[in-house]
Design a protein around this ligand. Structure first.
Ligand code: SF4
Ligand code: SF4
Length: 99
C-alpha cells in the first residue's frame, strides 16, 4: 500500500488527492474488523459444513479450507450477523464485541 501524504506540513500541491490512494485489489490490506460492535462466535461441534455462511458473508470472512468451514476471519469480519442468521444449525452465537 502506498503512503498517503496528508499531514499538516504538506502543501496543497503535494497532498494526496481527496486524501486517498486506491490500488486495485487492496481490500486485503485494510483490517476492517475493528469497526465491529458484534462478533459471531462459531461452534465447530454444531457445524454441519453446509457452507451457507460462506456464501452469504458480504466480507468474505468465513474461512474455508479444503471445502470446509474452519472459522471466522476477525481481521475483516464487520459483525453484520448475516452468517448467524442463515446458519440452519445454530452453530454461531452473536455476542457483543469486547474492546
Ligand atoms: S452455516 Fe452453520 S452449519 Fe453451515 S457451514 Fe456455516 S456454521 Fe457450519
Ligand atoms: S458477521 Fe457478517 S462479516 Fe462477519 S463473518 Fe458473519 S456474515 Fe461475514
Amino acid at each position: 500500500m502506498r503512503k498517503m501524504k496528508i499531514t499538516e506540513d504538506v502543501t496543497w500541491k503535494e497532498i494526496t488527492p481527496a486524501g486517498v490512494i486506491i490500488d486495485p485489489g487492496n481490500a486485503e490490506d485494510f483490517k476492517t474488523g475493528d469497526w465491529r460492535t458484534m462478533r459471531p462466535v462459531w461452534h465447530e461441534d454444531k457445524c454441519k459444513q453446509c457452507l451457507f455462511c460462506f456464501y452469504v458473508c458480504p466480507d468474505s470472512s468465513i474461512k474455508v479450507e479444503n471445502g470446509k468451514m474452519v472459522g471466522v476471519d476477525y481481521d475483516h469480519c464487520k459483525g453484520c450477523g448475516v452468517c448467524t442468521e442463515v446458519c440452519p444449525f445454530k452453530a454461531f452465537d452473536f455476542v457483543e464485541e469486547k474492546k
